[in-house]
Design a protein around this ligand. Sequence first.
Ligand SMILES: [Zn+2]
Length: 617
Amino acid sequence: MTTSNIHTLIIGLDAVDPGIVERMSEAGKLPNLGEFIRKDGYSRFAVVNPPQSEISWTSIATGLNPGGHGMFDFVHRDPASYALNVSLLPTKKSILGTSFTYPHNAPTIFHQAVQDGFPATSLWWPATFPAHLESPVQTIPGLGVPDIQGRLGVGAAYSVDPGTKDEKFKTPVESLKRIGKGRYSGLLKGPAEQKGTRFLEATLEFQLDVFDDQSARIIIGKQTLTLTKGKWSPIFEIAFKIGFLANLNAITRVVMNQVEPEPKLYFLPLQIHPLHSPWPYATPPGFVKQTWNSCGSFLSLGWPQDTTGLEEGWITDEQFLQLCDSIFNTRRNIFLYHLKNFKEGLFANVFDSLDRVQHMFLRDRPDVIESWYKRFDDLVGLAVQLGKSKGWQDLRVIVVSDHGFTRFDQKVHLNRWLFDQGYLMLKPENPEHSLRNADWSKTRAYAVGLNSLYLNLQGRESEGCVSADQGDILCEELREKLLALKGPDDKQAIQQVSLQKEAFDGPMTEYGPDLLVGYAPGYRASAQTGLGAWENSLFESNSDHWGSDHCIAPEAVPGVLFCNQGLKNFPHPSYRDMPALAIGKNVENKGAIKPPPTSGNEDQKIVEERLRSLGYL
Ligand SMILES: [Zn+2]
């Protein structure tokens, strides 16, 4: 391929693991991907450090590691205030209030393709929200799209007796009011707006009429839906009144899991209506409209597979899997619809449901996992067949995953270790195990995010106490001790610790963590570590439904790469090779380098709630 001719299809399969692919393919269970393997068009794929989806897909799209694109971990911190930021969904303040800003500004293969005069389409690619309104790239964004409350996705449960809020649950339990025989009402809660010191929440009343022990009717605004016990409703639209004239449209689905003695409802997070988004959602406007009108409605949330609803028991295993099925089927139809019209340029689609399914089921349900790999094999076969039937001799088909997968048996409270070893000190007056309570004058190192460890460096951190010369020595000391750390199974808990300069290259390197902690398979940072907190013990066994993960050492979770035109020019392929493979050249970066975006001066409570609203934390 030369840049005078781009005709490339990228099928992004989030979290496809090479071990599973190779085993199933040897058993003859993946005939279409097996064909690529037989023709030397398969390799394990070296993924970026840290192997987190939003970072890895950004590296695949740019050919850069975090030192080049500026996304280092799901959680960043502001060295001036030690405040936490959501790297995937940074915000900025303007006279109109708080709005979302781009998670990175690095040019991608999509931008490069259009700059070279080709059309480009990017479907469900992570970290592409908010939309670059001026961009001609046809984009529907993936991971990172918020719900209408600006979180990464929290549903709502409704019950006649909501009880008191359990702090360990992220999902609010709202009240269903009995207003007649078999008749109930409830209030859906929309976005909150700050007016002075008060928060005004937009609400929308609904009515539920129970017919019998299996069915009911729900009336919300102009919508009337019949609900059958245990079955998801279709996607439906609702509208909140905001002010006198404006409406805020949203979409959701609801399931009624109990009817007697009193009904219980669960709503998916209220999501942006793609045609009426309060924030720039997709580009160009006609593209998303055409998709919606031609292919039907689709969930817009960046993480619509409701792992939190399943983790907290609001939905069952089967309901979660049905939801993932319907999300995949809808997106597959959208993919095939646009693929049929694809004549030249770059066309890419990331399918991310397997990542969510593996987080929840890799440990215990190999049958479910295998069915997903077969489904992807069918999809790849269908796309290749479509290309052949169109006579596209030159079509380059690339299938790639952003990381593999492994078990997650032990949670590591990394800040507990730093505290026990005397690197992290607390103010004596407050016993809370959190960086909020750190004595920065004596704290030399601290952890936030899933893989990041920072020194408390003089001249960088506002209350830094480690000098630049001590910094290098301290990094080596920490690395040596962390690599020697043994878990409850007496095995190495951390298999790789990388210095900033080893893990990253590019103009943003200095904004990254000083050390990247690469856990061994079976181990991962605890959710508390992500938010700069810890518990009493260093290790905690993981009994969550979320039983598998990938935010560990990148060598332990390689991805896969397939190409129908062979991979002989790419003997050890990594994210760095993706631009050459996809568009025949590297991405040109002529723009000014800006530091990574932050959450501005947004309230830390809101930021933490946003961080916790994604399943990892
Ligand atoms: Zn994941």
